[in-house]
Write a protein that binds this ligand. Structure first.
Ligand code: ADP
Ligand code: MG
Ligand code: MG
Length: 245
């Protein structure tokens, strides 16, 4: 089965059809890009996977199992972790405090702080996150704060990680670091969904790419079998040649 399979997902906001009859299949252990212009419906689709919105129609399968993702707790139980464009971290709390606070959801028993600290240290080392559980969020760079969000998802046992425009807030060096982390996660069998409008990132790191345009999924292809020019044409729906990046 696929890590994620969507069948016929539709979602409207009033008169705006944000997602129209979307099919998507994301193989386990792959990095899957979703690209599209601003307003194409990418964030709406991922918000459905995280239980922020209920689709008007369609089915969601996670690891082959049909699920109703009614809220973020259901997404976490399904092994889905989300790294948001805007971090949801309490600035004057430590990394550990932020992650433990967020983990009090019934899916996890409240562990001792010492045990949680050990687990977080191990995860941070394994995936080159370079964050210490006892640092305070306000002392961390944006890149580090994003890695705290990744750590939080991993602590909650996410094996599918969704990142929505993650490099928009990063320096080029931080973006390179993020991509090494994503490759490390993939090497451990995790599935990554990377939403971006940057063609260079799609070409550099994804195995497959799906293109959204005005609420529709207009293509899903193996990245190695496409070109940035082709993707750009699909994004805008006409024959123009956009520069890469
Ligand atoms: P993208 O992430 O590709 O930029 P979005 O999913 O954010 O696209 O938006 C798709 C369309 O849905 C846009 O026209 C946007 O204005 C609209 N939309 C998104 N969220 C809402 C909402 N909560 N209420 C009303 N309209 C929304
Ligand atoms: Mg947008
Ligand atoms: Mg968006």
């Amino acid at each position: 089965p696929y890590a994620i399979e969507l069948r016929g997902i539709s979602k409207a906001f009033g008169a705006v059809q944000a997602n129209r009859n979307i099919d998507l299949r994301v193989p386990k252990g792959s990095i899957h890009g979703i690209i599209g212009e601003n307003g194409a419906g990418k964030s709406t689709l991922m918000s459905i996977l995280y239980g922020f919105y209920r689709p008007d129609r369609g089915e969601i399968l996670v690891n082959g199992e049909k699920l109703t993702i009614s809220d973020s707790q259901a997404a976490i139980r399904a092994g889905i972790g989300m790294v948001f464009q805007h971090f949801k971290l309490v600035q004057n709390f430590t990394v550990l405090e932020n992650i433990i606070l967020g983990a009090e959801d019934g899916a996890l028993l409240r562990p001792s702080l010492a045990k949680a600290r050990g687990v977080l240290r191990d995860l941070a080392t394994e995936y080159q996150l370079n964050v210490d559980p006892d640092e305070r969020i306000e002392e961390l760079s944006v890149g580090h704060q994003q890695r705290v969000e990744i750590l939080k998802a991993l602590y909650r046992h996410a094996d599918i990680l969704i990142l929505d425009e993650p490099t928009g807030v990063l320096t080029p060096a931080e973006a390179d670091h993020l991509f090494r982390i994503l490759e490390g996660l993939k090497a451990e069998g995790k599935t990554i969904i990377l939403i971006t409008h940057k063609l260079r990132e799609i070409m550099d790191i994804t195995d497959n790419v799906s293109v959204m345009r005005r609420g529709e999924m207009v293509a899903s292809v193996k990245t190695a079998q496409t070109s940035p020019e082709e993707l750009a044409e699909l994004m805008v729906g006409r024959k123009v040649l956009l520069s890469v990046d």
